[in-house]
Design a protein around this ligand. Structure first.
Ligand SMILES: Nc1ncnc2c1ncn2[C@@H]1O[C@H](COP(=O)(O)OP(=O)(O)OP(=O)(O)O)[C@@H](O)[C@H]1O
Length: 261
């Protein structure tokens, strides 16, 4: 793996409504790393990613991407980034051909190049026949595949994925996991945010766990296991986030549902 630093975050803090949602994040990521970025709901994962994408302002600290401070006003670094958001904002009235040539051109590809490349990528996902159908008619998994293609069309150096396997069937999951492994091996740096612990455990070269607005663990899966003396990543996650009462919460939930019945 290269020692080239693709991403560097120093003392990143962000407040919403007077409350710190990120409180001193430090993170240094090298080229080709596959970072599993995990944490409880509301821990600040999306906020960190949105800051890195330049979508959220008002933070303090320094964020450098490809060596460039993203606060310096230049947006050139964005051309080398791909992003699959948690909530898809696909344009329903467009076809994949229209949508993907639009995003491809935004990333600097020519129309012809984007059109032809997107069509071949759609075919890889068995979606060649619907290249000219409206996205409004697509299933969740089909939409997710279009989003994945859109994030990868320009062969980004840094890829941010938020629940990228959402809605995909088991066969497609296998294909996408393999694609990510190959991209990472070829030098693409991947920031993989998900709640599906067994996938994160298997595909990440390094896992960063965010809790209470801070990084509470950062290392390989083996290192995290040693830190918490637990087995699976799910158990490591429970332990490092101090969560032990799933049974009691479930009991309470069910008893409320059953009240009066
Ligand atoms: N625009 C906003 N205005 C006010 N508070 C916000 C805003 N965006 C996020 N927050 C708050 O910041 C905290 C972190 O949210 P964030 O979406 O980053 O969490 P997350 O780790 O991605 O969670 P999840 O796993 O549920 O997706 C939450 O408490 C959330 O309510």
């Amino acid at each position: 793996m290269s020692t080239e630093e693709v991403l560097s975050i120093q003392d990143l803090r962000m407040k919403y409504d007077g409350r710190y949602v990120l409180n001193g994040i430090d993170l240094h990521v090298r080229r080709g790393e596959m970072i599993g970025y995990i944490g409880p709901n509301g821990a600040g994962k999306s906020t960190t990613v949105k800051i890195m994408l330049g979508l959220v302002e008002g933070y303090t600290g320094t964020v450098r991407i490809f060596g460039q401070d993203i606060a310096d006003g230049s947006v050139e670094y964005k051309r080398r980034i791909g992003y699959v958001p948690e909530v898809a904002e696909l344009y329903d009235q467009l076809t994949p051909a229209e949508y993907l040539t639009f995003t491809g051109e935004l990333y600097g590809l020519s129309y012809e190049e984007a059109y032809e490349k997107a069509e071949r990528l759609m075919e890889c996902f068995d979606l060649g026949k619907v290249y000219h159908s409206r996205i409004a008619t697509f299933s969740k998994g089909m939409r997710q595949k279009v989003l994945l293609i859109s994030s990868l069309l320009h062969d980004p150096d840094l890829l941010f994925l938020d629940e990228p396997l959402s809605g995909l069937d088991a066969n497609s999951v296998m294909v996408v996991k393999e694609i990510l492994a190959k991209l990472s091996a070829a030098g693409t740096t991947i920031f993989y945010s998900s709640h599906i612990m067994d996938v994160v455990e298997k595909i990440s070269s390094r896992i960063v766990l965010l809790a209470d607005s801070r990084v509470v663990a950062d290392g390989t899966f083996k290192e995290l296991q040693q830190q918490s003396q637990e087995g699976s990543l799910e158990e490591v996650f429970n332990q490092l986030t101090g969560f032990h009462n799933h049974g009691a919460i479930a009991d309470r939930f069910v008893s409320i549902i059953r009240e009066g019945s």
